[in-house]
Design a protein around this ligand. Sequence first.
Ligand code: 4NP
Length: 174
Amino acid sequence: MKILFVCLGNICRSPAAEGVFLHLLEQRGLGDQFVVDSAGTGGWHVGAPPDRRMQAAATRRGINLPSRARQISIDDLGSFDLVLTMDDANLSAVRSLALEAGPQATATIQPMLSYSRRFSETEVPDPYYGGEAGFEHVLDLLEEACSNLLDDINSVESAKPPQPPEPGTPSPAR
Ligand code: 4NP
């Protein structure tokens, strides 16, 4: 499954979501089942690493943020299965891009916090112009929502009937 996390600048929230999700995959031994990336609706920071305040907050929780900023493209909406947006402005921007793309936009587009159960907030607030507590709060929101997201995906996958083997796959030894 291919998941793209999206925010405005791709240097704070969505790289944090990508890092949190990758960290969970590693903890649960599921890394080979997912492609995970992040992007911004804006292009100001293309090529930049995550904001150093976001990196510091993530490092304190043992989470690495490997991304380099890039801007979302129309092609992303055909190549990713799920696009998760951090706030309402990101959601509108991605939905507009999907309208522009037409039928090639096959990705499911959802707010990241539609996976939150513990928090009542519906948007991950932009921490860029605030203090350290804002970065910690972003991680609190993302850790909970990403954990629920992975649980939900796993429960859907495990409810599916067994798939027939690909042609040419050897049968299991008896
Ligand atoms: P992000 O935060 O969308 O979470 O990456 C921002 C980073 C930079 C800017 C805005 C938001 N900026 O205006 O440069």
